[in-house]
Design a protein around this ligand. Sequence first.
Ligand SMILES: [Zn+2]
Length: 292
Amino acid sequence: MTKAETDNSNLRRRLSYVLWPALLACAIGATYAGMRADHGVIAFNVTYLALALILGLLERVMPHERTWLKNDGQMLPDLAHTILNKGAAQTIITVITFMGIADWLAPRSGGWWPAQWPLFFQTALGLVIVEMGLYWKHRLSHEWPPLWRFHAVHHSVGRLWFFNTGRFHVVDTVLALAVGMPVLLLLGAPREVLLLTSAITAFIGILTHCNVEMRCGVLDYVFNTPTLHRWHHSKKLEEGNRNYGENLMLFDLLFRTFHNPPRRPPADIGISHPMPETFLRQLQVPFTRQPL
Ligand SMILES: [Zn+2]
């Protein structure tokens, strides 16, 4: 190895330790700055697109798994699911419905929500409360066959990369939205907490799916990270039916589903049954008699 190659490899190694916390902190900071200027939703969307672009570039420069750079022929369905989920379902449900309800309900909630706390602690509390619903919804989606029929669309990919983060059956997405945020709404959480909690969920989501070499060390015991999520996408059920946390690993640690052995996660990921190739057939398949 030449000196330039050694320097390059050292730089990538150092970067792999700082990228995950640095990108997440910058994304949250940018969204927060937008909120302070009364343009939180726009700031979140612009930040999310910028993060996607950065991760897409980094995947070319320092991929975790070179074989995952190859085209799997699923870009069109991935894009269509993403537009339906992030563009339509999440905008209608989170931005219009949930935030509208929060604006009305928060001042009338009777003081259940600790609105006097600094926003940082309110958001941390929001993340833990939302995670309770998300953990059990995700775990049931793997362990209860009727829900697996929807969730299998997400797990049917043979590679992980930033582009297929939003590849979920829309029913799967609506269920996830239904089990998390409404609890915060009922407790009287304000719009800022909803926005930050949703934004952090989206940022952690794209970071866990990206094919960039990242090492998170002790953060693996707190947050859902790329390494943990690669185990979750394993074809082997004893590895895949683990790490259900969407943002936090708290409930995986509590309910003994945390999985992070000291070796490389599998590159051969996916599901053991067939999945249709096209977007429309993928939307239909949970409602058919096809065994999944
Ligand atoms: Zn899953």
